[in-house]
Ligand binder design. Structure first.
Ligand code: HEM
Length: 181
């Protein structure tokens, strides 16, 4: 079942969701470590991981937007949800897209205006800049703050549905139960 049904997400939506969630956590880890790295060599090594993973997340996010916009429809809200909860959930999901795209744009902007690419990708003798001197860095930091807040809220809401409401919240976002069980 590639497309979503009224009661659950389809295989494409489930795959994009989890294939994005894992690298986003890796981006938070590698980004914080890069920002706090004491020496240029380890900072550059972390960024050689961070940047390609971010590009993958960017493509998955564009794919996700196109998928929902042109090819699939969201399931109905989880059973027993109140209208305000549905609205907040929809707002959180859209804000995720905006923040992820903003993080990618500010990251790319930071690399362009600082001219850091040769130093990050290993040109001999190239010096890493101080990213804090470039305006996109502040946006990247603010985006990080928003993203962590959204993730905590989003995962908390999913667990609330799963554990407290017991309405199979997490199951809707996995590959089980497509025959209706
Ligand atoms: C798409 C999602 C992205 C996420 C979730 C993400 C996440 C992060 C995080 C959490 C930090 C640490 C921020 C802080 O401590 O304030 C960081 C730092 C950094 N990110 Fe990203 N990032 C993304 C995309 C990118 C892209 C596309 C690039 C470059 C092309 C990039 C380049 C950097 C650099 C250079 C730093 C280190 C800044 C410093 O040393 O001060 N990021 N990122």
């Amino acid at each position: 079942m590639l497309k979503s049904r009224s009661d659950r997400y389809g295989a494409v939506a489930v795959s994009i969701h989890w294939l994005s969630a894992i690298p986003i956590l890796a981006l938070l880890g590698s980004g914080f470590r890069a920002a706090n790295a004491m020496d240029a060599t380890s900072k550059a090594a972390l960024l050689r991981f961070h940047i390609p993973v971010a590009i993958i997340v960017l493509f998955l996010t564009i794919l996700r937007i196109v998928w929902w916009w042109r090819l699939d429809r969201k399931p109905l809200p989880a059973k027993g949800s109140l209208l305000w909860q549905e609205r907040v959930a929809a707002g959180v999901h859209i804000t995720f897209y905006v923040v992820i795209l903003g993080m990618a744009a500010s990251g790319i902007g930071m690399m362009i205006v600082s001219g850091a690419a040769p130093a990050v990708f290993g040109a001999p003798g190239a010096m890493l800049p101080n990213f804090a001197n470039y305006p996109p860095r502040a946006l990247h930091g603010f985006g990080t703050f928003l993203l962590v807040g959204l993730l905590v809220f989003h995962a908390g809401a999913a667990l609330y549905h799963q554990i407290i409401r017991r309405n199979g919240g997490l199951r809707r976002m996995w590959y089980v139960g497509w025959s209706g069980n």
